[in-house]
Design a protein around this ligand. Structure first.
Ligand SMILES: Nc1ncnc2c1ncn2[C@@H]1O[C@H](COP(=O)(O)OP(=O)(O)OP(=O)(O)O)[C@@H](O)[C@H]1O
Ligand SMILES: [Mg+2]
Length: 187
């Protein structure tokens, strides 16, 4: 399955909980990039400048990273992808990757929240863990990119009838319960 939502909608938080409950591996492209930045790998050095500006890391880097990760054995028991695809062209790329590995998407979970709530949450997170892309200017840029480029990703999967939409506003536990209830219906 995929988890899609604007920055700050709680994708990573919910992904960890869903992954534990369903026993499937959670794969976050943002986390993989941040881990590479921290270890100063060549991938990390390349990605950092884009991430700090709130821009998408180029497809040449991102697609091959996802292709490698989805070829691993643990994915065959099920997987939850967080942060990919973010553009229409990444949707096409993911279709190819899944086909090559004989995998299929069952559900696309869409987490929703309005922009003002998201800005508030991300500024709060900035105080706690100081992510280099959590300042107001960059946050607004990332939200703009979500509206301009990632909403169409949701539409593509909606046309396939596999989107389950969940309200991301409320306590973390409440949202998890909503997600689990929605997944039972969807699966
Ligand atoms: N599929 C992708 N394509 C291009 N760049 C990506 C992709 N996934 C992650 N990135 C890069 O990593 C950064 C952080 O991604 P991440 O998913 O952690 O953040 P987010 O969705 O903005 O916020 P949140 O952590 O709150 O969900 C992005 O701003 C982008 O630079
Ligand atoms: Mg995240």
């Amino acid at each position: 399955m995929l988890i899609i939502g604007p920055p700050g909608s709680g994708k990573g938080t919910q992904a960890a909980r869903i992954s534990e409950r369903l026993g499937v591996v959670a794969i976050s492209t943002g986390d993989i990039f941040r881990d590479n930045v921290k270890r100063e790998t060549s991938l990390g050095v390349e990605a950092k400048k884009f991430m700090d500006a709130g821009d998408f890391v180029p497809d040449s880097v991102t697609n091959s990273m996802v292709r490698d990760r989805l070829a691993a054995d643990d994915v065959r028991e099920g997987f939850l992808l967080d942060g990919y695809p973010r553009t229409a062209s990444q949707v096409a790329e993911l279709d190819d990757i899944l086909r090559e590995n004989d995998l299929e998407l069952d559900v696309v979970l869409q987490l929703t929240a309005d922009d003002e709530e998201l800005v508030k949450r991300l500024l709060g997170r900035a105080k706690l863990d100081g992510r280099s892309d959590d300042n107001e200017l960059v946050i607004r840029h990332r939200l703009g990119l979500y509206h301009d480029q990632t909403e169409v990703v949701v539409s593509r999967y909606d046309e396939r009838g596999i989107v389950t939409k969940v309200d991301g506003i409320g306590s973390i536990d409440d949202v998890t319960e909503r997600v689990m209830a929605a997944l039972k219906v969807a699966s």
